[in-house]
Design a protein around this ligand. Structure first.
Ligand SMILES: NC(=O)c1ccc[n+]([C@@H]2O[C@H](COP(=O)([O-])OP(=O)(O)OC[C@H]3O[C@@H](n4cnc5c(N)ncnc54)[C@H](OP(=O)(O)O)[C@@H]3O)[C@@H](O)[C@H]2O)c1
Length: 318
């Protein structure tokens, strides 16, 4: 089986390339090579999809194509430039295609018009809707939720792993029962390949079923073999003290204000689970993420509170 990964130099697309290689596929990764290196044992073709004809160096036909792009123009070029040479097509999309974060809905954003590109982060969801329309209904649309695990550079889940491993009282956001959902990059890659090989088409949410934030922290603690002292802070306190939700500096990752985001990490993904998505225990993801942190020397700086910020907030709650 010949598999083309449009990407393959970082995180999810690199993991898909790695697993396809391990399944015995002949794997070609096509990217600029700026984000990182493709996994060993695959063919790397240097391309720039920002240019018309940019995929010309990619030769031959493919049984599977997997694309992670976010710019409609790049997706349109891929569909055009690989026409007649691609078997099954997978487009990795996002749960950000859904129009209303306040509730669980199937309603999508309006697609970003014309060949406008993502640019502004506000346009991410609409751009992905446009991309889905370009690849069409006979492609598989993997609408990923938060992707976590080894090699995740966003520090959202990794913040909690590092924080619990560090010890001491831990500021936990919202309530233990608030729902969260995410997917280990290795589970999403495995299912994406399974689904592509089985010829699945149409949209699937690529994420676990929702579960409580308290359960998430308990399972991370289990994986790290620690017993954290959690100090829960309600969202009014966090908002009042300018703690940012979700990600970034001075944030508590995986916390989202309610009810504004009541539909964001609460999707029923049983259809994907029925179609074969297997979610490994959170404890395993946590343990492997910590091992990657230590091996790679990655430091958690993109999301979360600094130790000083957290200590200051804990003093206010004492
Ligand atoms: N991370 C999450 O939590 C999350 C959540 C929901 C959905 N998603 C979706 O999941 C996917 C994640 O993909 P990913 O982890 O592989 O990361 P990514 O950052 O989306 O990877 C983009 C890939 O495209 C390549 N690329 C970018 N510009 C290019 C260009 N002009 N020409 C050729 N190649 C180009 C990059 O490599 P070079 O820079 O080397 O060219 C890289 O390999 C994306 O579709 C994302 O939208 C992610």
């Amino acid at each position: 089986m010949r598999t083309l990964v449009l990407g393959g130099t970082r995180f999810l697309s690199r993991e898909i390339a790695r697993q396809a290689r391990d399944r015995g596929h002949e794997v070609v990764c096509a990217a600029r090579g700026l984000a990182g290196d493709p996994p060993p044992g695959v063919e790397f073709v240097r391309v720039d999809r920002a240019e018309d004809g940019g995929l010309a160096p990619v030769k031959g036909a493919f049984d599977l194509v997997v694309d992670v792009a976010r710019h409609p123009s790049q997706v349109r070029r891929a569909v055009t430039e690989l026409a007649g040479r691609a078997g099954h097509w997978t487009f990795v999309s996002t749960c950000s295609v859904y129009a209303d974060a306040t509730r669980v809905t199937q309603v999508l954003h309006h697609p970003l018009p014309g060949d406008a590109d993502e640019g502004d982060p506000e346009n991410y969801g609409p751009a992905k809707v446009a991309c889905e329309q370009i690849v069409g209904a006979d492609a598989l649309h993997v609408r990923a939720g938060l992707i976590v695990g080894p090699e995740d550079l966003s520090d959202r889940f990794t913040y909690w792993v590092e924080r619990l491993a560090r010890g001491g009282p831990v500021l936990a956001p919202g309530s233990p029962g608030d729902l969260v959902q995410f997917v280990d990059v290795r589970d999403l890659a495995a299912w994406t390949l399974d689904a592509a090989q089985a010829g699945l088409t149409g949209p699937y949410d690529g994420i676990s079923m929702p579960f409580g934030r308290g359960e998430m922290l308990a399972r991370i603690a289990e994986g790290l073999e620690v017993e954290p002292e959690l100090v829960w802070a309600g969202q009014e306190f966090l908002t009042e003290h300018k703690v940012e939700p979700w990600m970034g500096p001075r944030s508590l990752p995986l916390w989202l204000p309610l009810p504004e985001y009541a539909g964001f990490m609460t999707r029923d993904t049983s259809a994907t689970v029925a179609a074969g998505l297997r979610i490994r225990p959170v404890a395993d993801t946590a343990r492997d993420t910590l091992a990657w942190l230590r091996d790679s020397g990655h430091t958690v700086t993109r999301s979360g509170l600094t130790a000083e910020e957290e200590a200051g907030l804990l003093r206010l709650l004492a």
